[in-house]
Design a protein around this ligand. Structure first.
Ligand code: GUN
Length: 284
């Protein structure tokens, strides 16, 4: 079994990004800068946001966490985003998800300037993604592809199944696998006989959001499994959608949780911000 070590791939990417930051600073006399908006204080989201902030600092980028009250109005949140849209020293904007129920997420995404869409989640970014137009790609799927590339996992002509159809992972993941010329199936909670759907695939990306849901009965020795889930059990232990201990014993390769996709999501966020910074400054 090959352990697909996302931490290692992320460390390599961040080392390269640190050099890109130095180059950017030489050219434009400022650091690329990411601003992360978090609404409320959901503990898991707070941890993610802090990790993003620390990763920015580690590669020498500017970054700030903007913590808005959980009761913030739609207008005030959109106003905060507009300020960042108009600030020439801000290159990337990320609104941490999920946002509270009273917030209209569609309107929030429409407010983010796609030229600063570090998450690749705006509707224009999604359109670019499916149109093969050069732009930033959503961080988690982008990270998954980089892990598979790093370990030379073939995708061209191979069958890939994505389990999950979210806007943030499942759908863009399918787009990126298709770009790599895989034959892609999107499975989801309504899929009948999922085991049968997965059986003949070479690559399975699991993004169902269900803790320890997928055991060895789903997998075989031909499978490369990427686990996008991240959950904390009652004892505070982190794990994914896949039962790692039993599945790692039967498959060809698998990402661990933690230390798989998570670190790559953050590294790709930094990469996106630097890319957007360069694209915007080159046009200025
Ligand atoms: N919440 C969990 N993952 C993510 C992510 O990649 N981006 C944003 N904006 N929110 C998230």
């Amino acid at each position: 079994m090959i352990l697909l070590d996302g931490r290692k791939v992320a460390d390599d990417l961040k080392a390269k990004l640190a050099l890109d930051v130095v180059e950017f600073e030489k050219a434009y006399h400022r650091k690329p800068c990411l601003k992360v908006i978090i609404v409320g204080n959901d503990p898991a989201s707070m941890v993610y946001v802090k990790s993003k902030h620390m990763a920015c600092q580690k590669v020498g980028m500017g970054s700030e966490i903007i913590n808005l009250d959980s009761n913030v109005t739609q207008a005030n949140l959109e106003n905060e985003i507009q300020k960042l849209n108009n600030d020439n020293n801000v290159d990337g904007i990320l609104v941490q998800l999920p946002v509270p129920k009273h917030i209209d997420l569609t309107a929030v995404l429409k407010t983010i300037d796609p030229k600063k869409d570090a998450d690749g989640l705006t509707f224009l970014s999604a359109g670019y993604l499916w149109s093969d137009f050069e732009h930033v790609q959503p961080c988690t799927p982008s990270g998954v592809i980089k892990i598979l590339d790093f370990y030379n996992i073939p995708l061209k002509g191979k069958r890939a199944v994505v389990i999950g159809r979210s806007q943030i992972v499942g759908k863009p993941m399918a787009a990126l696998l298709l770009k790599k010329n895989a034959t892609v199936t999107i499975a989801h909670s309504g899929t009948e006989n999922l085991r049968h759907v997965v059986q003949d695939a070479e690559v399975v990306v699991v993004a169902a959001g269900k803790m320890s849901f997928f055991g060895s009965e789903y997998f075989n020795k031909n499978h490369v499994v990427v686990d996008v889930g991240i959950h904390k059990d009652l004892n505070g232990k982190l794990g994914g959608d896949v039962k790692f201990d039993e599945v790692s014993a039967v498959v060809k390769a698998i990402t661990p949780v933690p230390g798989g996709v998570g670190p790559m999501t953050i590294a790709c966020l930094l990469e996106n911000t630097i890319k957007l910074a360069r694209m915007r400054m080159a046009k200025a």
